[in-house]
Design a protein around this ligand. Structure first.
Ligand code: UDX
Length: 433
């Protein structure tokens, strides 16, 4: 099969590399020449564990290539995936589909024969209809089917998620397109990953509903964590206690500083905007968005509270800045709101993150960036664990206490046991325990 991936960002690159690893012939396209140049030189534009080796192997095998020339890549492709960004539109929170429609028009100009166009980008319900409309208008001479095929990749675990998915969702009523998509995913469903054929609008909604449900689960346990703190219960035990019920499930019940990243904040917002537009508001999702926004700021206040409600002139060491470990992604990271509230309260912030500091420096110039956890903690009044990178899980607490001025630890990811931290002389607070 010949697969063309339009957009070599996170989703496009991971999907393209994985498809080529299954033996398909894949061309990844991007407008950004510097990105394509970097990929030619073997440099990854994003940090994702295992991606560099996967790309290297498949480039060497001649199955994976990169180009800025969309027209050449599209001509003769069996399937053309649109994997461009759909950021939140400034002002109203709707998904911005500019890049999707631009790509569609360029595909229309370039197709040479029967092609299946697949939206991999997360797009609001009805986008597939519009993409189809554009293609039919511009190229009434060519047989083009439009399919929705959302991704469910977690950053940091994207390759595993792609190769061993819980399910593959394909939205189309077109028989020929189904057959092409079956061939595209054959290596996966031979591995027994369920493949779900549904209508295109249903498929588009499945993606939003999945992310909104997961965001709801996290937000629910975060509120229960606050209640645990108030009544003297332990949220980790509550999570276990409810999660062992198969109807609830164990995953996504870790209380923390609120969800962030490139998907949940943008997708929850886009879903509730769509729902409003159709006159069927999703009140639960509205509440989730509000509670989560509020929570990020509340976590800054929690750290200030641990400093006896006075952060003025004090120094806080922030460990972890990315929205979660194993990524360099700073988009909507809780650290952004947390650091801002510390700075607003007059504190000095010293921070360390294993992968996110380049992006963080541009977003938070008023922070002192350090080369490691102990350096960040040196002279600090408090240390806050904001992202649960493995490297923060087994800190030498004695050494940490020695380099710090104060002995306060705020563990927003519940990485430590209260006893261990107390033994090292720290005043310790965590989430929901
Ligand atoms: C998510 C979805 O999981 C994925 O299927 C979708 O395609 C893209 O969005 P991702 O954003 O990479 O993936 O990260 P994920 O691991 O889902 O975490 C999202 C956020 O929720 C992070 O900020 C994380 O720290 C937080 N989270 C997750 C919790 O606070 N508690 C949990 O139990 C799980």
């Amino acid at each position: 099969m010949r697969i063309t991936m339009i957009g070599s960002g996170y989703v496009g690159l991971v999907s393209g590399a994985c498809f080529s690893d299954f033996g398909h012939d894949v061309i990844c396209v991007d407008k950004d020449a510097s990105k394509i140049e970097a990929l030619h030189a073997g440099r990854m534009p994003i940090y994702e564990p295992g991606l560099d080796q996967l790309v290297e192997t498949n480039v060497k095998a001649g199955r994976l290539t990169f180009t800025t020339d969309l027209a050449v890549a599209v001509a003769g492709a069996d399937a053309v995936f649109i994997a461009v960004g759909t950021p939140s539109r400034r002002g109203d929170g709707h998904a911005d589909l500019t890049y999707v429609f631009e790509a569609t028009k360029e595909i229309a100009a370039a197709v040479t024969g029967p092609t299946v166009v697949v939206t991999k980008s997360t797009v609001p319900v009805g986008t597939g209809d519009k993409v189809e409309e554009i293609l039919r208008e511009e190229r009434p001479d060519v047989d083009v089917a439009v399919v929705s095929n959302p991704e469910f990749l977690r950053e940091g675990a994207a390759i595993g998620d792609f190769k061993r998915p819980d399910r593959i969702v394909i939205g189309t009523d077109d028989e020929r397109a189904r057959a092409v998509m079956r061939d595209v995913y054959r290596p996966l469903y031979l591995n027994e990953s369920p493949i779900l054929f549904v209508g295109r609008r249903t498929s588009e909604l499945i993606k939003y509903a999945a992310n909104a449900f997961l965001a709801t689960k996290i937000t629910f346990i975060n509120e229960i964590a606050d209640l645990c703190e108030a009544v003297g219960a332990n949220v980790q035990d509550v999570s276990r206690g409810i999660g062992l019920d198969n109807r609830i499930g164990k995953k996504f019940l870790h209380a923390g500083p609120g969800y962030g990243g490139s998907c949940f904040p943008k997708d929850t917002l886009a879903l509730l905007k769509t729902a409003e537009d159709f006159g069927t508001p999703t009140r639960i999702v509205e509440a989730v968005v509000q509670v989560n926004d509020h929570r990020k700021r509340a976590m800054g206040r929690k750290i200030i509270k641990a400093l006896d409600d006075d952060a003025k002139g004090k120094t806080v060491a922030v460990l972890g800045l990315t929205f979660k470990p194993n990524t360099d992604d700073m988009r909507d990271a809780p650290s952004l709101a947390i650091v801002q509230s510390l700075l607003d309260a007059g504190a000095t912030v010293r921070a360390y993150d294993p992968e996110g500091m380049d992006a963080a420096k541009a977003m938070m110039p008023d922070v002192t960036y350090c080369t490691g956890a102990y350096e960040a903690a040196t002279g600090a009044d408090a240390v806050a664990i904001v992202t649960e990178w493995d490297t923060f899980r087994a800190l030498d607490l004695k050494r940490l206490a020695e380099v710090m001025k104060g002995k306060v630890m705020v563990d927003l990811r519940n990485v430590y046991r209260a006893d261990d931290v107390a033994k090292a002389g720290f005043a310790y607070s965590s989430v929901g325990r």
